[in-house]
Design a protein around this ligand. Structure first.
Ligand SMILES: [Zn+2]
Length: 193
């Protein structure tokens, strides 16, 4: 959010695209919230941070670990919404071509792809964790989450280095840190769930 704000001051013509990105982000997050509420979770707040947002469930995550199918459903709701928004924006762009509609397509496709990386606690990582937990148990799911997160993170980081995209690499640094903290917490929760 802070980055977006500074960016608008720096490049005022970016106001509309950034508004589009923000709207796409909110649609994505509120889909998670909607699904979580529907499945009986209590959502305390939606945290918006510089690289996106995250819907926070009220308990420490034990409930999610106990209900792998619910975890999958909550995780898949956001990317599905992004895909749906991308499709709508594409149809709008086909009918009335505009910069805004094109940005909406890019923003939503980008959000879908980024969030589907199988890195815990991103949506792709959570879907995987829920699935492995449901099929093979929580302990196996934790190790799978760790392995997939490390492998996907390494692949993405190497890709960004290879592409020479410094910003992407910096984002992956933050993702690694968030992932490490979340995996440590997941291990703790799996131990007592
Ligand atoms: Zn998401």
């Amino acid at each position: 959010m802070l980055f977006m704000g500074l960016f608008v001051i720096w490049q005022p013509f970016m106001f509309v695209p950034i508004l589009v990105v923000l709207a796409s982000l909110l649609m994505h997050e509120y889909s998670h919230v909607w699904m979580a509420l529907r499945l009986g979770f209590r959502v305390s707040h939606v945290m918006v941070h510089p690289f996106g947002a995250a819907a926070m469930v009220e308990d420490d995550g034990t409930e999610m670990v106990r209900r792998p199918k619910a975890e999958m459903a909550v995780a898949v709701a956001g990317p599905l919404m992004s895909l749906l928004c991308a499709l709508c924006a594409l149809l709008i762009f086909r009918a009335w071509p505009s910069v805004t509609a094109r940005w909406a397509v890019y923003a939503n496709v980008g959000m879908f792809l980024f969030n589907m990386l199988p890195i815990y606690p991103m949506d792709g990582g959570r879907i995987l964790n829920g699935f492995v937990s449901w099929a093979f148990g929580r302990k196996t799911a934790f190790w799978a989450a760790l392995a997939f997160s490390a492998a996907a993170w390494l692949a993405a980081a190497l890709f960004f280095i290879h592409a020479g995209w410094v910003f992407g690499f910096a984002v992956m640094g933050l993702v690694a840190w968030i992932s490490f903290v979340s995996l440590a917490k997941l291990r703790e929760v799996v131990g007592k769930a």
